[in-house]
Design a protein. Structure first.
Length: 141
């Protein structure tokens, strides 16, 4: 296995973020045009939530900069230290797939318990990656 393989799940996570950003932009522009909303009245997140009905993509976009920060930190750490293993790579792919599921649920039917299950799976994966990494560092010569 090539250590650089750890960057493919990270690339997919970036692509997911781009897709959600485009969805957010399209939703916002369409709703603003349809309802004649002046962009200036949406200057803050609170004002946007109060005036717009379609905010799921924007909410999900913000979520993509919360837990994934830990994922984006662990990937280069694994690569630089030479601790990319099959286990770490599997956890990385599981994390990103859980984030894809979370985003899909969030921007479509938005069932909270389904979304939470996807979120929880991702959280377990990323914290497992960090725990395994800590053990790897402790065992390193």
């Amino acid at each position: 296995m090539r250590p650089s393989a750890i960057f493919w799940p990270a690339i997919l996570q970036v692509l997911l973020t781009l897709i959600v950003a485009v969805r957010m932009y399209l939703d916002r522009v369409a709703e603003m045009r349809a309802r004649g909303v002046n962009p200036q009245v949406l200057a803050t997140r609170r004002e946007a939530a109060a005036r717009l009905e379609h905010v799921a993509a924007a909410d999900n976009f913000r979520n993509l900069f919360e837990l994934p920060v830990l994922f984006f930190a662990i990937c280069p750490a694994l690569f630089v230290t030479g601790h990319v293993t099959s286990l770490q790579l599997g956890l990385a792919w599981a994390f990103v797939l859980s984030r894809c599921a979370h985003s899909l649920i969030h921007v479509t039917y938005n069932r909270v318990m389904h979304r939470f299950q996807a979120y929880l799976m991702g959280m377990v994966c990323v914290f497992a990656m960090w725990a395994v990494f800590a053990v790897q560092l402790l065992q390193a010569p």
